[in-house]
Design a protein around this ligand. Structure first.
Ligand code: BG6
Length: 514
């Protein structure tokens, strides 16, 4: 059987034509931890959105597994709630009716052999009853500590075996992938032993965001930007991922993780790699990953005394956000009162290549900041000479190209323009590209795109094990340094600790106010 699951290919459709909608082969999507937050907010709504776009295969089942005393009908009711609350596309009874008949549930805990035997048996039965052809994608929507036990259960029951299933078996592992280089290597070894390495999909949902993919189009489909995309013209790059939310009900996970491991190690370093990488030789998964890997390997972190200045951690204290009092991190339910876990991190990274030599990449992320915004700002150098009087250009800043990842997805180009009138005054103006205005289609959700890619077996948007490894090699020494220092404090509703402002100020720069 071929790896598309044995479906005949349509001779009128060129499979290489990426403009055509791609529909996966029949399969099951098995979700471990289906009663959790991620399944509720993202995965089940994503499945519904795919169904309403006609992108699910004719034979398809969502097989949920969790420690709940649920029947198929209970799972169906929970899925309905999740979809009605969080799906992107409008609710349609006929779409739901098609999907609802294909939701199955197996109760059990991860150390329960009988439950996994039942799961394996159910998968076998679904071949006949739902025509899934032996294909299955297993989504590990479970705490990282549970990955090994679930993987071992899959190995024991033979569920991960492509040969025995007669189709394909793939696994999706949620981030953070490991806790440091060592644990991530151990996990890699295990997952690559249980599954075939090409069937392992390490998810970083930022890569599924339309705006992030557009970064590659912006850079490599145009002639305009490449000539200035280097240290001759770029002064610095600022990558910001700000969130207004706190840690919600995730205290146990978050307190053991912190902002650096939660999002810097993955989302932010991936954004940096896509911004800094060279043009890939093709748009294949291997070619893109190879370029990202080169950048991650070339990242230089602050060392010695420089760390006090350029590697800043913060933790929010109580404050005000959108007119409401917001608790401090230490008052959040489930957080130990003496926790030193960071909820904010800002670091100056260097990309030690010819293209980027000497250009600082300032990267920051935090919870309970004034608003939710993610952006990449490429700040250009000032013109070496201006033929105007100094007073004419007092309001002229650096040219900037800002990729707005979210919200208000789009791109802004900031440049100087003459203020109308008889005087000569040059001031910054902005030229905006807005997805909502330029396209009639709305963007798919990141998880919608990535769940579809897993079923299609397309790993382009999933980081490779070597990228994960290289990212931990950036984070580990920083964590080691931070372990001996308490985080700075910042008030909820402020843009992070003062130390983060000082970090850019000593370089004669300031953070953009997104
Ligand atoms: C997740 C982090 O990966 O990304 C969360 O674990 C964070 O802490 C979330 O809130 C943010 O995702 P998005 O897509 O809302 O920016």
């Amino acid at each position: 059987m071929n790896r598309t699951g044995g479906l005949p290919t349509n001779p009128l459709r060129d499979p290489a034509d990426r403009r055509l909608p791609r529909v996966p082969a029949p399969c099951a999507l098995v979700i471990f931890g289906v009663s959790g937050d991620l399944a509720h907010k993202k995965l089940l709504p994503a499945v519904y959105d795919l169904a309403s776009r006609g992108l699910l295969p004719p034979g398809f089942v969502v097989l949920g597994f969790a420690r709940r005393d649920w029947t198929d009908a209970d799972f169906e009711a929970a899925a309905r709630d999740a979809i009605q609350e969080h799906a992107r596309t409008p609710w349609q009874e006929e779409v739901w009716a098609r999907l609802a008949g294909n939701l199955k549930f197996v109760p059990g805990s991860f150390d329960d052999d009988d439950a996994f035997d039942r799961l394996s048996q159910t998968l076998d039965d679904l071949r006949e009853s739902h025509g899934i052809l032996g294909n299955a994608a297993f989504y590990l929507s479970v705490p990282p500590t549970q990955f090994p036990v679930v993987l071992k259960q899959m190995e024991r029951t033979g569920m991960a075996d492509n040969e025995a299933s007669g189709g394909w078996r793939r696994v999706v592992v949620e981030k953070p992938f490991g806790h440091d280089v060592q644990s991530s290597r151990e996990l890699n070894e295990l997952v690559d032993h249980v599954f075939t390495p090409e069937d392992v999909f390490r998810i970083d949902h930022y890569l599924g965001k339309e705006t992030v993919q557009n970064l590659l189009a912006l850079r490599f489909a145009n002639t305009l930007f490449d000539p200035v995309w280097n240290s001759n013209y770029v002064d610095s790059v600022q990558i910001t991922m700000a969130e207004d939310v706190g840690i919600g009900s995730r205290a146990a996970f978050y307190d053991a993780t912190g902002a650096a491991r939660d999002v810097l190690q993955n989302h932010l370093l991936q954004l940096l790699a896509l911004t800094a990488m060279e043009e890939p030789v093709s748009f294949s998964a291997d070619a893109i990953r190879a370029e990202k890997l080169k950048i991650l390997t070339a990242v230089g972190i602050p060392e010695g005394d420089q760390r006090d200045l350029y590697a800043v951690r913060g933790q929010y204290e109580q404050g005000w956000l959108a007119g409401q009092r917001a608790k401090g991190y230490l008052e959040e339910e489930g957080v130990p009162p003496d926790s030193t876990t960071e909820t904010y991190v800002a670091v100056r990274l260097l990309v030690q290549t010819r293209r980027w030599g000497g250009v600082p990449f300032y990267v920051r992320t935090g919870k309970r900041l004034p608003r939710r915004v993610t952006e990449i700002a490429v700040v250009f150098k000032k013109a070496p000479h201006l033929p105007f009087a100094e007073t004419d250009t007092e309001s002229l800043g650096n040219n900037q190209l800002v990729i707005r990842v979210q919200p208000d997805e789009g791109i802004t180009l900031k440049f100087g323009s003459k203020v109308p009138g008889s005087a000569m005054e040059v001031r910054d103006v902005a030229m905006d590209f807005l997805y909502g205005a330029a396209f009639t289609e709305s963007s798919p959700e990141a998880y919608e795109r990535l769940v579809l890619d897993v079923m299609l077996g397309d790993s382009t948007l999933f980081p490779h094990a070597e990228e994960v490894d290289a990212s931990w090699r950036i984070i580990d020494p920083l964590e080691e340094y931070w372990a001996g220092h308490k985080p700075h404090k910042y008030r909820a509703g402020e843009w992070g600790p003062k130390a983060a402002d000082d970090m850019v100020a000593v370089d004669g720069r300031h953070w953009r106010r997104p």
